[in-house]
Write a new protein. Sequence first.
Length: 409
Amino acid sequence: MTGSPFAPIALAPPDPILGLTEAFHADPNPNKVNLGVGVYQDENGRVPVLKVVQKAEELWKACEDSKSYLPIDGVAAYNRQIQTLLLGSDSPVVAEGRAVTVQALGGTGALKIGADFLKRFFPGAGMYISSPSWENHRALFEAAGFQVHSYPYYDERTHSVDFERMVEMLRKLPSHSIVLLHGSCHNPTGVDLSRAQWDTLIDLFRSSNLIPFIDFAYQGFGEGLEEDAYGVRAFANAGIPCLIANSFSKTFSLYRERVGGLTILTSHAEESKRVLSQVKRVIRTNYSSPPSHGAQIVAMVLSDPQLRAGWEEELREMRERIHAMRSLFVQTLQEAGVEQDFGFIARQSGMFSYSGLSVEAVRHLRAEHSLYIVESGRICVAAMNRRNIGAICQAIASVLKSRNPVPAA
């Protein structure tokens, strides 16, 4: 008998976030805390099922009459609601047929569809992501066959966007380079572009042949549904063709249902038809058609005024709880005797924050206090609550005082 053909296959390195969660689950310490996980948790440390989702699921269960395949591009009503949410109810882009939307397997699936589509038609293009960016961005676009580069984004000294250097580099990129932008709640830093900076980018992209790809997974978690959409709508109103990947994992707490979408803005309706035909080819050769349940729930909620109002209220509560945890985290660190200024964390946006904690500090927090943080220092503020924040801050204070690693400010 010959040896297994799989024998030469090496063990893959663990995912930096999922691997951390596996280590967390294996830790026997009853007081362990996971600040590396990328999910919203409520005040009781649970990933909630939204009340409006429960209600919509009951309604859908009563009216669902088939388990047949969905179309390749998904639930039509869901795709229409995505366009309205992203671009506004009175968007001329939507009215003129210059927006193409397909249902996707979460935000990651939307990025993958877009990556495969772009690789098919721009095979020699370079891919540029922010420094830093979500860990999976690089891996995902490299898997699609792109050579992935970084552009300057975060300034560790000022805890803000290094916008001058960012623009300087983007102006020098070759034609048809693909630039990934974060629409709001930048992951991992929590530092977003201002409206004036978005406007500058609009001028830059309008005069270039760059291809913008906007990752928009947290609409409503920053300032609000309308406010967070400023950058996306600025590109749409300027008539700049681009790709937008959105997700309802966080804002509907539908993580396991894998509910996302890819929207491509085109120059005219006829172009939209051609683009859609090619995107559907990408989907057909990947998973053929998407699942139904999550998309039907989102479509039902967004199209029903009463359900929509209930969702916006629950979304507001989640957003405000995150804001409150940011402020409480900074305050509790001060009360624990931490001398470094962590005030910038209260000014950041969304679920995540670049804490400024060094790799050394992160490793000691895990080994000595069972406090799990990604080695980049990114923390999930949404995993904090009033029961664990005291222990979190005491652990950080202890490590900073005893070992004095690279300061946060």
